[in-house]
Design a protein around this ligand. Structure first.
Ligand SMILES: Nc1ncnc2c1ncn2[C@@H]1O[C@H](COP(=O)(O)OP(=O)(O)OP(=O)(O)O)[C@@H](O)[C@H]1O
Ligand SMILES: [Mg+2]
Length: 439
């Protein structure tokens, strides 16, 4: 019995269909006619084309095909050449059937992950992302529609969402799609500036207007003329500056500190916060008139745990990004790893996911990213610690509370809509809210 028929027999259980041939042309014909996941080829074949040529021909036809090459013992160079041409693996003679079975199963898993990966790529391409914002869940699609609708207007936009959800990315997208080709996108973080510097940063100052003001400096409002001014962490603005800001928003006019000249700015204002601004208004910390002026068009960005379906897409997106940036070969994500990724809590939202992906690209040297290669903090969230079993009622209640809280946040605390979204009556919602202390 030759190796070929021996292998076909030995592997009969591993595959639905096995075809054999000793001829390159016939191999190609059979390959074209069928839908084969795996090809095993001896390097030495009769005729003027050998098994290495076959690897190249198969990869040209269907790049996804997994090819395992069989070489004579000790021909390392041939094996290297085969891998270079796209072979998945090689086997040296004499062949060990058990080893081959293992390799075949590994190759099949590889093929399956590869197919899954392509499906994700297609989804990514279809997701209708704008300006590099990835997401095809309904809430993100809603955000995209909003962006498209309002980008070319000068309407003031307030973006709300937890830290790391992509608020700045959305502000940038609004600017990119605004068609205001000439103006700049100027971002200013109101939380990062001491009160004394804030007004100078926003409105600019004249030379000599205070100690250290050695030159005239235009402020952000001036620099963003004809463009977009992004006021980040808007709730951090001190009470006095709130009044000044409101005045500028209403008139579009201001003076530089220490100056008299009236300056006009038509900058489009986009502001953002990760705080509950409505609550700060209710508490009297944030002026309500300023809030209404900023919140002409509210955009709510959901937390990552509220759009878990987008996680595989984001994983794919960031992996591709970092493979290129760090010049690393692509890896595949095993099912167990994807499971952990899609069920983690992600308190840092997309930023945290992005950082995890960058770390993985740099540190994982295996072909497949497995659950073990993920940072411990994600696994701990996912796996209950041994002995940590809790009464089921407690677990369900916690889940119920989370779901209600998330829905309320997503729907701006609109109770009727929240009840509808959760599929419960408004009375039940009220009852549960008071029970879980959600107000
Ligand atoms: N949907 C998304 N698609 C692709 N990248 C995203 C997405 N959302 C966020 N990111 C990326 O995640 C990181 C954090 O986003 P961003 O800075 O916009 O968050 P943020 O909401 O402004 O956070 P913070 O409140 O902490 O300022 C950025 O690198 C951004 O490019
Ligand atoms: Mg930000």
């Amino acid at each position: 019995m030759n190796i070929r028929s021996g292998l076909a027999k030995g592997l009969a259980k591993e595959a639905d269909l096995i075809e054999t041939t000793s001829d390159v042309n016939e191999a190609l014909d059979k390959f074209d006619a069928g839908n084969f996941q795996l090809v095993m080829a001896d390097v030495r074949l009769p005729g003027d084309r050998n098994g290495l040529d076959l690897v190249s021909l198969l990869k040209e036809r269907k790049p996804d095909t997994v090819v395992i090459v069989i070489t004579a013992h000790g021909t390392v160079e041939t094996a290297v050449d085969a891998m270079r041409r796209g072979a998945y693996d090689f086997i040296t003679k004499p062949v060990d059937l058990n080893l081959i079975r293992q390799q075949v199963n590994k190759a099949r898993e590889h093929h399956r992950l590869q197919a899954e990966n392509h499906e994700l790529k297609d989804r990514l391409a279809d997701a209708g992302e704008i300006s590099g914002i990835v997401g095809d869940c309904e809430t993100m699609q809603h955000v995209f529609r909003q962006i498209r609708q309002i980008a070319d207007t000068d309407a003031t936009v307030l973006i709300q969402g937890e830290s790391g959800t992509g608020k700045e990315l959305i502000a940038q997208a609004l600017h990119d799609l605004s068609g205001h080709g000439n103006g700049k996108f100027i971002a200013v973080n109101l939380g990062a500036l001491p009160e004394t510097l804030l007004e100078s940063e926003l409105f600019g100052h004249e030379k000599g207007s205070f100690t250290g003001a050695t030159r005239r400096k235009p402020g952000c409002f001036e620099q963003a003329r004809g463009g977009t001014l992004f006021l980040d962490e808007i709730t951090e603005i001190p009470a006095k500056s709130q009044i000044d800001l409101l005045r500028v928003l209403e008139t579009g006019q201001f003076t530089r500190i220490g100056g008299e000249e009236l300056i006009f700015s038509d900058a489009r204002i986009v502001s953002a916060t990760n705080k509950n601004i409505q609550q700060l208004v209710d508490e009297g910390v944030f002026r309500d008139d300023l809030y209404y002026r900023l919140n002409i068009v509210p955009v709510h960005v959901p937390a990552l745990r509220e759009r878990r379906n987008d996680i595989p897409l984001l994983v794919e997106h960031f992996l591709n990004h970092f493979y290129k940036r760090h010049n690393r070969p692509p890896r595949q994500v095993a099912d167990d790893a994807m499971h952990v990724l899609t069920s983690a809590a992600w308190p840092g939202n997309v930023r945290q996911l992005r950082n995890v992906m960058e770390r993985l690209v740099i540190t994982v040297t295996d072909e497949v990213i497995t659950a073990e290669s993920l940072p411990a903090e994600l696994q701990m969230e996912f796996r209950p610690a041994p002995g940590s079993a809790r009464p089921l009622a407690e677990v369900t209640e916690a889940a119920e509370k989370d779901a209600i809280e998330a829905a309320l946040a997503a729907l701006n605390c609109h109770r009727e809509e929240t009840a509808k979204a959760l599929g419960i009556s408004i009375r039940t919602l009220h009852y549960k809210m008071s029970r879980y202390d959600l107000h």
